[in-house]
Each structure stands twice: as C-alpha cells, then as structure tokens.
Design a protein around this ligand. Structure first.
Ligand code: SF4
Length: 141
C-alpha cells in the first residue's frame, strides 16, 4: 500500500478487528506484521472509498464492488464459513479455519482441513451456506 491510512480509520479498524476476533473466537496471526498490514489495508480502503473492502483482492471497480457487500469486512466467506483468506482472523497457529468450506473452495485446496477451535462462536450467516453452495453448483464451469 503506497499511502498511509489516516489515524482515525486505523483506530476504527483495530477496534473492529479486536472485537470481531473475540466474537468469532479467532486469534490474530502470531507472525509480526501480518495483522498490521491487513488492518492497514482495510483502513486505507475506508479512506479511499468509505468502506473496509477486503485488501487482499483485486477489484476492477471498487465503488461497484462495495455495492455487493460480499467483500466488505467481515466478508461473506468469514460470516458463512469462518474463513479469512487475508489471515486476519485465524487459529492460534496462524492458520485460517477451513473446515466449513465447500468442496472445491480455494481455501481447502491451499490449507487442507483446518478445524474450528471455537465452533460455538462466529458464523453469523451460516444459514447461507446451503444457498451459496447451490449457486456455486448452478454456475456454468
Ligand atoms: S478475508 Fe474477509 S474477514 Fe478476512 S480481512 Fe478480508 S474481508 Fe475481512
């Protein structure tokens, strides 16, 4: 990221990240700098477009993207499957939780099955898992 985000947005995203990690029973990454760079990226997107769009993806049009909410933090993958591909919300070893991901998801291919240490927390949109899987199967390959 070329420009430093504002103090205000940084503070906001640190607060959100701490609260959301607590709510979902996830941890911050044990390697120094990982969490900081994701939080910075989220804060930079608030400054740029007004929403914490996921910083680990490329968007042809950020303004268009925020209309869908899919990749506004916490993104759909996190809310439905508790999977954070940016490694902001992970287990204590720094691994993203993948056990709820549907077959064929890139997260499973990359990390294998990583169990959720706190299954009673998070996944506020888990009811959407079935719906999303249906959509995925209907999509032409
Ligand atoms: S992958 Fe999702 S939960 Fe993780 S930082 Fe990006 S938007 Fe947030």
């Amino acid at each position: 990221m070329s420009q430093e985000p504002s103090e205000k947005s940084l503070k906001k995203m640190w607060k959100f990240s701490e609260k959301y990690a607590e709510k979902t029973g996830t941890s911050f990454h044990p390697v120094d700098g990982v969490t900081e760079s994701v939080v910075k990226g989220l804060a930079a997107n608030i400054d740029e477009i007004g929403r914490p769009l996921c910083p680990c993806r490329f968007y042809p049009d950020k303004q268009e993207e925020i209309k869908h909410r899919t990749w506004v933090c916490a993104c759909e993958d996190m809310k439905v499957y508790k999977y954070c591909h940016c490694l902001l919300f992970v287990n204590e070893e720094g691994m993203p939780i993948t056990e709820y991901l549907p077959e064929g998801h890139e997260g499973l291919a990359t990390y294998g099955v990583v169990k959720d240490p706190t299954p009673d927390k998070g996944r506020e949109s888990k009811h959407k898992a079935e719906e999303r899987e249906k959509e995925r199967l209907e999509r032409p390959s």
